[in-house]
Write a protein that binds this ligand. Structure first.
Ligand code: ATP
Ligand code: MG
Length: 416
């Protein structure tokens, strides 16, 4: 993509009312547009990041045999009434609306009840089980506070997955498999080392649920961390956990984190409430066991923006950077050579943002840094004379000189 063709320019300032670092940087760099508090549009650079995060999640969910679908944004009142969760006292984040004939509808803040309802049509016998389904959906939530930028949206993208099983054992095995799949997701996003599987408040059937908490100063959660034993506990359940695990409270370190994902074992509670059963091999009617598994896609982008940034701007991990290389041309010959190199890099499968503007080098460098593209390649009149181009790594600012013949290999090497 050529910068002269790219929609969005970098901005000197974020809106005065934007207090979150992640949103300030993302707005200034041209990734998101703030519509109102907690409501952001994702611009061309932003959706490239979102799509890359989604693709990593998609590959890992497909690898555990989950099936992708898309549920509806508009939801039925009667479905949610079956579990008592239509009630605004019980669920305090509902946005609700009405059809012309006054039929009340909800705007999807979760899809647990609608998917259990849907499965009544598809799950009849033990032969239909197990089954796992997932989607990427924009959830609508009337969150009380929305001061964390895209880390807490009033509309935000979530990956939600639901698994349906004939027995508690089968669900438990799939639950463990999902924990491993989630770990692979966070590893691939570049935050694995700082993301902890954390004991959190449980559902009806298990003492604890599990959250995936990433260390982040701007996070809204506090966990107790035992680094040596690799045990993390949400402060909500620290008393129960201390009793259960036999570890003293003082042995834990208290850290601020952001909840990147969570998984719940619902047992048969929800399926019993909603009347979803199956016929067992022995011909009798049996209760279904279900699990529910979320990942905050836009929150992940926000947390990564918060964590991987410096005073110059964003610093994307290569796996989710909107482009791999920011190509800067300086001077007339520089421009001609850069045009050629741009084509070569693109043919080699490298994603390039080519700053072909008639701008000062300093302005181009500043934009490359603000946007957080992992590698900057500078092709200048002077460099062409010396037979060397400049390759600069965003994360540490290191520059190496590379000859034209080695260029593609060097770039590919540095992106690994
Ligand atoms: P939180 O405690 O942060 O409000 P939650 O318990 O409501 O999260 P779930 O409803 O289980 O979370 O949603 C699954 C995942 O979606 C969360 O782990 C988080 O990563 C993400 N998420 C939840 N609420 C928001 C939000 N308002 N904005 C962005 N992401 C969110
Ligand atoms: Mg919430």
């Amino acid at each position: 993509m050529r910068v002269t063709k790219l929609f969005t320019r970098t901005l000197r300032d974020a809106p005065a009312d934007e207090v979150a670092k992640n949103a300030q940087l993302l707005i200034r760099a041209g990734y998101v547009y703030k519509e109102m508090a907690g409501v952001y549009a994702y611009l061309p650079l932003g959706i490239r990041v979102i799509e890359k995060i989604k693709q990593i999640v998609r590959e890992e969910m497909d690898a555990i045999d989950s099936n992708e679908l898309i549920m509806t944004g508009l939801q039925r009142r009667d479905v949610w009434e079956k579990t008592g969760r239509w009630d605004d006292e019980t669920v305090d984040v509902w946005f609700k609306t009405k059809l012309k004939d006054d039929t009340e509808l909800g705007l999807g803040w979760s899809h647990e009840e609608p998917i259990v309802e849907m499965m009544k049509q598809y799950v009849k016998s033990y032969k239909d089980l197990p089954v796992s389904l997932y989607q990427f959906q924009t959830k609508m939530r009337n969150e009380l506070r929305a001061k964390s930028g895209i880390m807490r949206g009033r509309e935000f993208v979530m990956k939600d997955m639901y698994s349906f099983h004939a027995s508690a054992e089968d669900l438990a095995a799939y639950y463990d498999k999902t924990i491993e799949a989630y770990k692979r997701v966070y590893d691939r996003l570049g935050i694995g080392a700082e993301t902890y599987v954390t004991f959190a408040s449980g559902g009806a059937f298990t003492k604890f649920s599990h959250e995936f908490q990433t260390i982040c100063d701007a996070g809204e959660d506090i966990i107790y961390l035992h680094r040596e034993k690799n045990i993390a506990v949400n402060e909500e359940v620290i008393d129960e956990a201390v009793a259960e695990l036999g570890i003293q409270r003082e042995e834990f370190e208290k850290v601020k984190t952001a909840e990147m994902g969570n998984i719940f074992n619902f047992g048969t509670q929800k399926t019993d409430e909603m009347g979803l059963y199956y016929t067992g091999e022995d011909g009798t009617k049996k209760s279904l066991h279900i699990g529910s598994y979320g990942i905050g896609i836009t929150r992940a982008m926000g947390v990564i923006a918060e964590k991987f940034s410096d005073d110059k701007g964003l610093i994307w991990p290569t796996a989710i950077a909107p482009y791999h290389v920011y190509l800067v041309s300086i001077g007339q010959n520089g421009q001609q050579e850069a045009d050629k190199v741009y084509e070569q890099l693109v043919s080699a499968g490298i994603e390039v943002l080519y700053d072909d503007r008639d701008e000062r080098p300093g302005a181009k460098f500043a934009d490359a840094e603000l946007m957080g593209i992992p590698l900057r390649l500078t092709i200048s009149d002077r460099g062409i004379e010396a037979g060397k181009h400049e390759l600069t790594t965003r994360v540490n600012g290191e520059t190496t000189l590379v000859s034209a013949t080695e260029l593609i290999d060097e770039v590919a090497q540095k992106l690994l």
